[in-house]
Structures are given as structure tokens and as C-alpha cells.
Design a protein around this ligand. Structure first.
Ligand SMILES: C[S@@+](CC[C@H](N)C(=O)[O-])C[C@H]1O[C@@H](n2cnc3c(N)ncnc32)[C@H](O)[C@@H]1O
Length: 234
């Protein structure tokens, strides 16, 4: 059973309460797209909710009489990277046992860097996975280390500008979905630098940007994955 995550015992100090509407949408999207491998930037309640959706996807897959031939060496794994040991421990303490096997939490520093001469920041180390679903909700900019020519993210006016997805983009497979929670300036930065065929939509009411990699399948395995996950007419 998922714990009551707005239980007062969990709402101490600087803890932000869950946004159930956002979490429900996230769950629904992962179920609808039959996601296999999730990469999350910035853990929290979302980690539990996404793992629950992934577990349901796993059970559906296991119940198939005939499984399509696909390539995925990390099926039904959720990898979440975070810059805070404290929040990693807090999230660990909330993980329901039956979902914990699907989840790997990774600590990494986020450091100032550049992409094509433009200031941004990158996690120092990412999990070695090729996700078909990415949730961008971290890092907390206050945890970004370093400066470039004096400019740092210790200045709270500086918008969060994560460049990690620009490095990962070349290896993402057609059909991949990125969900960006808020972080509109970051979404625009990514949009300005992506080079592949992304369909990008910003939903102002929910303050979410969704990017779908719409390209012809790379081959038979990718095609079979797309048909299973997204349907024949995708
Ligand atoms: C926007 S929060 C990520 C929230 C998470 N994706 C969720 O939806 O629950 C960004 C960072 O704040 C920290 N954090 C996680 N859960 C938090 C919470 N409930 N309150 C405050 N900070 C949190 C983590 O270090 C995380 O990377």
C-alpha cells in the first residue's frame, strides 16, 4: 500500500506537500504510454507514483500470451538522480516495499558548465540507462556547484538551466517522452538546442512542457516497441 504521503509526520520543516493533480497526470501518462524505463531528475513523491505506474505496466507485460520482440535491457526500472543526500534518505524511507525493487536512487552533484558556450549545469554522473520516459523536476538550483565567469546558481534570480538532456539526446529512441514540470526557461533552452524532431507542447494551466521524439522507427525492434507502447497509428 502507498503510504499517506501528506501525513503530518512527513510534512516537517521544508517539505513541500504533494500536488495530487500533477502526480495523477504523471501516473496516467506512464500507464497510457506503457513506459518501460524511466529516468527522473529530482526525486520525491513523483518517484513513488511513477514506480506504481511502472509496476502496473510490468504486470500487464507479464500477462501477455505473446510478447512483441523489443530491445530494452532495463525493463521496468526507474532511475532517479538527486543532488541531496537528505532527500534521497527521506524518499527511501517512504518507498513501499513492493515498489522498491523497481527503483534505484542515485546521488550526483550538479555542476556549472556550458553547452555551445552557453551557461547551464549538468549532473556529474547519470545512471547508465536509455529511458523511454524522462521526468525533469530537478535539480534544486541552490544545490548547483561552481560558477562561470562569476555567474552562479547561488543567485536565486538565475533560472534553472539543466543541460543534461542535450547530452543524452543523440541516443534517445523515437517515441521517447520528456515531461518537464514547470522550469519553463529550461524547457525553452532545451527546445532552442535540440536537433532532432521533437513535438513540444506547453500546457499553461498545468505548467508542464511535454516533448515527444517523433521520428520514423530506427528498425524492427523500435517499430515493435512503438506499436506496443503507442499504437499502430502513432
Ligand atoms: C521540485 S523538487 C522534486 C520533487 C519531486 N519530483 C516530486 O514531484 O515529488 C526538487 C528537489 O527538491 C528536493 N525535494 C524532494 N522532495 C521534496 C519535498 N517534498 N519538499 C522539498 N524538497 C523536496 C529534492 O532534492 C529534489 O531534487
Amino acid at each position: 500500500m502507498i503510504p499517506l504521503i501528506d501525513d503530518p509526520a512527513h510534512l516537517s520543516g521544508d517539505r513541500i506537500p504533494p500536488n495530487y493533480r500533477d502526480l495523477a497526470r504523471l501516473h496516467q501518462t506512464i500507464r497510457m504510454r506503457k513506459a518501460f524505463t524511466i529516468l527522473e531528475f529530482g526525486l520525491g513523491y513523483s518517484t513513488i507514483v511513477m514506480a506504481d505506474a511502472l509496476m502496473k505496466n510490468k504486470l500487464d507485460w507479464e500477462a501477455l500470451d505473446e510478447k512483441p520482440k523489443i530491445r530494452n535491457s532495463t525493463p521496468f526500472q526507474l532511475h532517479s538522480v538527486d543532488t541531496s543526500h537528505k532527500w534521497i534518505e527521506q524518499t527511501k524511507s517512504m518507498l513501499p516495499k513492493h515498489l522498491a525493487t523497481l527503483i534505484t536512487l542515485h546521488y550526483s552533484l550538479a555542476k556549472v558548465g556550458t553547452f555551445q558556450e552557453r551557461a547551464c549545469h549538468f549532473y556529474e554522473e547519470l545512471p547508465d540507462v536509455v529511458p523511454d520516459f524522462i521526468y525533469l523536476d530537478g535539480p534544486d538550483p541552490a544545490t548547483v556547484v561552481g560558477n562561470i565567469g562569476g555567474a552562479s546558481w547561488q543567485n536565486r534570480d538565475r533560472v534553472v538551466t539543466s543541460g543534461d538532456l542535450l547530452r543524452l539526446e543523440p541516443q534517445l529512441i523515437p517515441g521517447t517522452l520528456i515531461v518537464i514540470d514547470g522550469r519553463t526557461a529550461n524547457a525553452r533552452f532545451l527546445q532552442a538546442h535540440f536537433y532532432r524532431n521533437w513535438q513540444i507542447n506547453y500546457n499553461m494551466a498545468s505548467d508542464v512542457t511535454v516533448c515527444e521524439l517523433q521520428e520514423k522507427p530506427l528498425g524492427k525492434l523500435n517499430q515493435a516497441t512503438i506499436v506496443y507502447c503507442l499504437g499502430k497509428s502513432w
